[in-house]
Each structure stands twice: as C-alpha cells, then as structure tokens.
Design a protein around this ligand. Sequence first.
Ligand code: ZN
Length: 449
Amino acid sequence: MAPTVVPPRFARPSVCTRGERLHRCVSALYPLHRCITGEGLRATLQVIGQKIPLAIREVPTGTPVLDWAVPKEWEIREAWIATADGRRIVDLAASPLHVIQYSTPVRARMTLRDLRPYLHTLPDQPDLVPYRTSYYHETWGFCLAQHVLDDVAEGGEDQELQICIDSRLFEGALSYGECVIPGESEEEILFSAHACHPALANDNASALAVATALARDLLDRPRRRYTYRFLFAPGTIGALTWLAQNQDRLHRIRHGLVLANLGDAGGLTYKQTRRGTLGAPLPIDRAVAYALRESGVVIRPFEPTGYDERQFGSPGFDLPVGRLTRTPHGEYPEYHTSGDTPALLTPEALEASFDALIRIVDVLEGDAVYRNTQPYGEPQLGRRGLYRPTGGPADTPAAQRALLWVLNLSDGAHSLLDIAEQAALPFATVRAAADRLLDADLLTSPSFG
Ligand code: ZN
C-alpha cells in the first residue's frame, strides 16, 4: 500500500509578515501584570529591551515631580474571592484585571451584601471584566463579569464569602524605559507610549509593539537626520516624571507623537498638537496629515483629555507633540475591559500603523528648504539627463512634474512639504525629484524645514 502523503496546505509559511511579528509581540506583552510601578512594568521593559537598546530608569518613591510625587511601589501576590465551600469565583491568577490596580491588602470573611461596594462589573457587558485603578486614593476592590456575580448572588445576600488581596505598597521606585537613537542633529523626535495597563492588548500593548518595531527600523538605517527618543513609561505619572527630569532638554524636541491603540480594525485618527490647534498647524501636524492623506486619516483638534499628550501639551511645556491612534480611547466597546485581547487586533492593522509611522518619519526626515541655482527661466533639463520626453503635458509623469515644481518653488522660502502640498504629489516623489536636482547642482544645500 502506498504511503499516505499529507498535502502541505496546512504548513505554516516559513516567512511571517511584519504584521504577524507585531501581533506576536503584542501577545508576548499582553499577559504581563503591568501597573504604574512594579515588576510587571519592569518585565515589560525587559521584553522591549530584548529588541532595542533600552535605558531603564528607576525613580524612587517620594521624588517630587512637578506638582506630584512618585507614588509607592505596588506588589500583588494573590487576590481571590471564594465561596464558603472553597470555590474561587474570582482569581487574580486568571487575569490581572480581577483586582483594582493599587488595591491595599485585605483578608476577611464578608457577606455578599457587605462585599458589594467593593465589586465592580459592567452590567451592560455582562461577560466582560472591567479595568479599574485607584492609584492616588487607597482602597481595594475586585473586578468581575456581571454574569459571574449574578451566579454567586443565587446563593443569597447573606452568604459568607472569603476574600484575600495579598498586596503591598512600599517605598520602591517608578520605572520607565528610554531608547535614544542619535542622528546628525541633536534636535529630537519623541515617540511615547504608555506602558502601565495589564492584560489589555490595544490599549496599549499594540503601541508598545509598534513603537519598538519603529525604533528597530530607525536603528537599522545608515543615516538619520534627527535624534529619536522613544519613551515607554506609565501613563500620566511616568510622563510627568520624565518631563520633570528632562526640563533642560525639552527645547530639543522638534516633533513628537504619543502612540496608543494601534492594532484595532478602525481607521487612523490623528490628534493635533495644542499649538497647532490654537494657531497654524505645526510641522508634525502637517507631516502627519500629508503622509497619511491617502489613508483616510481623521484629524481631530487638541483637547486636554486622553493620554500623555495632556502632559506634553500642558501650557508650561506646550511641546509639539500630537497623538496617533486607530480608534481613540473610549470609542470601542472593548476599551478598558477584558475584551481588549490580542484577538481584537489584526496583523494587518498593526502593520498599517507601522507603515503610517514610517511615512510620517520619512516626511520629517526628508523635508528641507532649497534654493534653485538657475532661477532665471527653466534650466535645460535634457542636457542634464533629467528630461524624458513623453508627449504632451497631460501625460507628464509625476516624477517629471515634481522636478518642475521643486525647481519653481525652491526659492529659499518653501519646503519640500510645501511643494508636495501645492503640487498634490506624494512627498516621496517630491523628495526624489529634489535628490536628482541636487545631483545635477540645480539646488543648493538645504536649510532644514
Ligand atoms: Zn487606558
């Protein structure tokens, strides 16, 4: 009898896409017990530090940071609720979401009636566990699915339940990670992603993964005009701590983006910088809008809510930092619930977010102001091998049009981004035209845009 041959159609492809690699990275980061301080945050930074060089800072509890102070470090070993017969109905071992982050320790027997004020559910999403925190008000509590609570309640309000939160708040440190990638200029582009949410994939393991991949890409480039700074820090208090410790360096930040929610199926949303909203759009606002114009990016004005753009855009700092997300916080049903799992994210969306950031970086890196060295009449392009006759102007290829636009608007006052906007040409086409004209000595050296 002939041997059975298994067809290879179920074999995994040997080469996986960038999106698949990003999704794998999200899945590795997802289960870690992150918080604004502690070992889960450190473990997260270690995962990132295996992919890019990361300096991990530890700032001691009590250190004053602007109007705040670094809080105590939080450690949790176990947390559970058990019925009288010993059945665990809620267990931290199943998900870090089951306890309010920063819960103080407690061990008690209580009736369900007395325990209810400490139980948090989502009645409208009965299968999901909410994500709750209480960083600056000492309390404790459990988070669970409404249907689990309803099942327990069948035993009556007077049933006695056993509860345990084995946690510790102590004088420790707040950790954050920084990856600085030097460029030709000391001027910096800042990318920041909050690293404090446990077991939530889109918010914000997605941005941790995408930012890490972007840093890797920049590290591997032969030259960079700007210096890049990637900040992986707990939300709010991490950004405040970093700002407090870097006040003498903030003037170097020319552009920046807060990154979050980069893996869901929604389209890209850009939140403008504070200054760009109140006045004319800043270069980062224009670069994002132009680089992503064909992606259908939705542009929103700055408002003092959301992620760490609130801190970077506080009036004293007013840094040129916008925010890139797919679906913004609070606008997808799984937001801040146990439904925000890696299964919510697609490799395609993660890869599209990465590609969008590459396009933005390429605009920022490539933008410059030049001066046409032959501004009196059009220079003779054919003699320089730059003119390719193709018939009438109607079918002039974009590359040809870009040469004429760059020559015409390179008067020392217009940047390549200005020219791309004016000509409605892709930035890369305009940048390539400028490179050809530079090679032909038809443009003078740049001043940065
Ligand atoms: Zn969040």
